[in-house]
Design a protein around this ligand. Sequence first.
Ligand code: HEC
Length: 159
Amino acid sequence: MVTPLKLALGLAVAALVACGEAERVGEAQPESPTAEVADVSTPPAAAAALTALPPDVPDGVTLERIAEGEAIFLGDGLCYVCHGVDGAGERGVGADLTDDVWWHSDGSHPSIARQVASGVGADRVRNALGAAMPPLGGSDIDAGQVEAVAAYVWSLRLR
Ligand code: HEC
């Protein structure tokens, strides 16, 4: 679901990421209070924090890795722009990552990581707009960050 607040937060974070464009976006969004824009310097809390993992977690998935991945999802990875701050999918573009349905991988941690690295080509997407996911979501995160953000995506179904 897209609320004006989420949209404003998304735009504000995107502007901060774009380095120095916050003021311009601020002008384009006169209805968003300054306080909200200030808040996004710390990433918004997305899904409820996990305090424990089930016994059968895949290799490479730890609470620390998941927390690191959440910060990437909401920051450098730009994932929230299309998938929403809660991972449930934004504007019918990015897929819902909180359910157990995996269109573009088998849902395992390594296959999610591979798919995030390569994106989803326009010929394979299922959304009505035909919007694609560029490799790395268009970000410049490195291989370690891909592993971490994939751990976070993998963990969303546990909440
Ligand atoms: C420019 C928009 C955009 C960005 C940014 C983006 N994605 Fe995506 N993502 C998509 C689209 C579009 C799809 C395919 C949805 C479909 O098939 O309709 C997708 C699919 C996915 C899937 C597959 C879901 C499934 O059901 O198999 C995962 C996982 C995913 N994205 C994770 C990420 C992560 C992690 C990031 C950040 C590094 C990210 N995405 C950034 C648009 C985006």
